[in-house]
Write a protein that binds this ligand. Structure first.
Ligand SMILES: [Zn+2]
Length: 138
């Protein structure tokens, strides 16, 4: 049983399967040892894709209407849709002599809301929602 290890639920340290308590933090270990595996330790390293969170969030808030944050996340189709809405809103505003101008704020507001949603999520949630599940809107 020398190759059996138990991962500590408290600090993710891998302990020999015969241990009853974690050698690192003293947490009582679960009874069934598992084969040794790589477990990301809390606080060390970010999940892949988490680096996009800040960039996408800030671009969403500042440049929301242009859909830049969509392109950062790899959502090219949604980014193009946002630019199209933005351009369309400008055209409508011109045709209607400014009456349709508030439409320009629609993609801008979507971008701001999405940027705030990105920034308020944890790195893990962000990656799960937007990198793995590819949730297109909000
Ligand atoms: Zn521990």
């Amino acid at each position: 049983m020398a190759t059996q290890y138990t991962t500590c639920p408290g600090c993710a340290t891998q302990n020999p399967g015969i241990n009853v308590r974690c050698t690192n933090c003293g947490t009582v270990l679960p009874v069934s040892p598992m084969p040794m595996q790589h477990v990301p330790r809390p606080g060390t390293g970010k999940p892949a894709g988490a680096d996009k969170k800040l960039a996408a969030g800030i671009c969403g808030i500042l440049l929301g209407g242009l859909g830049i944050h969509k392109f950062i996340l790899g959502y090219n189709q949604e980014g193009i849709i946002m630019i199209a809405i933005y351009v369309l809103a400008i055209v409508v505003a011109m045709i209607t002599c400014g009456i349709g101008a508030p439409l320009i704020f629609v993609p801008t507001i979507i971008g701001i809301i999405e940027g705030i949603i990105y920034l308020t999520k944890s790195d893990e949630e962000f990656v799960q929602t937007y990198v793995i599940n590819k949730k297109p809107w909000f």
